[in-house]
Write a protein that binds this ligand. Structure first.
Ligand SMILES: Nc1nc2c(ncn2[C@@H]2O[C@H](COP(=O)(O)OP(=O)(O)OP(=O)(O)O)[C@@H](O)[C@H]2O)c(=O)[nH]1
Length: 304
C-alpha cells in the first residue's frame, strides 16, 4: 500500500488557508482520491469545519496550537485517521499562529515512519499584510518570515488587492527569502493540480524554533449572541476595535434579516455572507493583548 501523503497548510491568520483547503478538496475529488483533513484552531469552537464536506474524514484540534500545547493530540488524531481511513492524502490546516517547523516535528514522529510521505508545507501569505508588515511588532514579523522561510510552495494570496508594482515587489521579497520554494500569485488561493504535484519537500535545517506565537501573546475569545443585533451598531462596534484584533469569524444575525450571516474579518476588513439555515450565533475573536472583558461588554451592549 502507498504511504499517505501529508501536506501542511501554514500561513498567518486570515491569509487564505481554509479557502485553499476548499480548492484542494475539489481538485482531489476530481481525481477521485481519498483524503482526510486535520484542522487545528486556536479557539474552543470550530467555524471552518463547514468548509469540509461530510464525505471527507475530519479531525479537529481545538483550543490550542499544534506546535506547543496539543502536540500529543496531533499524533493521536493523525494515527486515528491513518488507521481508520488509510487515505491517499491528509491535509493539516494549522492555526495562523503556528510555526511550521514545530508542526512538521510532530508529523515526523517515528510513530509514522513507513506510513506517511511528507509532501510539503504550503504557506499562504496575505500580499497586503506582507507589504505592511514593518508596522507590526517584531514577533509577528518574525512569524511571517518563518512561515515563508520553511515553505515548499508559497501562495502570495489576495493579489487582487495589490497593484501590479505591489505584486512584483512582494513576489521578489518573498522569493529572495526562500529561493527554493515555488512562489505563485493567487486570488482566493487558486492553485492547479500540477502546482501541487510539482511541489518538492525540502526540510530547511536552520530555524528559530522558538515558540514565536507565545511571544505574540495571542488570545481567543468566544461570544454567543442570544438574539439578532442591529447592523449599523455592529459595524460601529467593528470600527471601534483595536488593530490587534487580527481575526474574527462566526455567525451573526442582524435584526433586518431572517437568516444569519457567516461573518469573516481579517485585519479590519469585514465580509458577510448570508447563510440560508439557522445556525448557532457564535463568533470567535483572535487578537493580541486584548482586554476581552471590554469586548464582551460591548457585545452585550449590542444585544440590549
Ligand atoms: N480579496 C480577497 N479575499 C480573500 C482572498 N482569499 C481569501 N480571502 C478572504 O479572506 C478571508 C480569510 O480567508 P480564510 O481562507 O478563512 O483564511 P484562513 O487563513 O483560513 O484564516 P484562519 O483560519 O483564521 O487563520 C475570507 O473572508 C476569505 O473570503 C483573496 O484572494 N482576495
Amino acid at each position: 500500500m502507498k504511504n499517505t501523503e501529508i501536506y501542511i497548510l501554514a500561513g498567518f491568520l486570515g491569509t487564505g488557508k481554509t479557502t485553499l483547503l476548499k480548492q484542494i478538496l475539489k481538485l482531489e475529488q476530481q481525481q477521485k482520491r481519498k483524503v482526510a483533513v486535520l484542522m487545528n484552531e486556536l479557539g474552543e469552537i470550530s467555524i471552518d469545519s463547514d468548509a469540509v464536506g461530510e464525505d471527507v474524514p475530519l479531525r479537529e484540534l481545538l483550543g490550542g496550537c499544534i506546535c506547543c500545547t496539543i502536540q500529543d493530540k496531533l499524533e493521536g488524531q493523525l494515527q486515528g485517521l491513518l488507521v481508520e481511513h488509510q487515505p491517499d492524502a491528509i491535509y493539516i490546516e494549522t492555526t495562523g499562529a503556528a510555526h511550521p517547523v514545530e508542526v512538521l516535528d510532530s508529523v515526523l514522529s517515528p510513530l509514522f515512519a513507513g506510513k506517511i510521505e511528507m509532501r510539503g508545507i504550503i504557506t499562504t501569505v496575505d500580499g497586503t499584510l506582507w507589504a505592511a508588515r514593518s508596522q507590526f511588532q517584531p514577533q509577528l514579523q518574525q512569524l511571517l518570515l518563518e512561515q515563508v522561510r520553511h515553505a515548499d510552495l508559497i501562495l502570495i494570496n489576495k493579489s487582487d488587492l495589490l497593484s501590479d508594482s505591489g505584486q512584483a515587489r512582494v513576489s521578489m521579497e518573498i522569493q529572495s527569502i526562500n529561493p527554493e520554494a515555488r512562489c505563485i500569485l493567487t486570488t482566493y488561493s487558486r492553485v492547479s493540480q500540477r502546482e501541487l504535484k510539482d511541489m518538492a519537500f525540502a526540510p530547511k535545517r536552520e530555524s528559530k524554533t522558538a515558540h514565536v506565537h507565545k511571544a505574540l501573546r495571542l488570545g481567543t475569545f468566544v461570544h454567543r449572541f442570544q438574539k439578532p443585533v442591529n447592523r449599523e451598531r455592529f459595524e460601529e462596534f467593528l470600527r471601534s476595535l483595536p488593530d490587534q484584533i487580527y481575526r474574527i469569524k462566526g455567525y451573526i444575525q442582524f435584526s433586518d434579516s431572517q437568516y444569519p450571516d457567516l461573518f469573516q474579518y481579517s485585519y479590519g476588513t469585514p465580509l458577510f455572507m448570508m447563510e440560508y439555515i439557522k445556525l448557532p450565533l457564535t463568533i470567535v475573536f483572535i487578537g493580541q493583548d486584548i482586554d476581552w472583558k471590554e469586548i464582551q461588554l460591548k457585545l452585550e451592549a449590542l444585544e440590549n
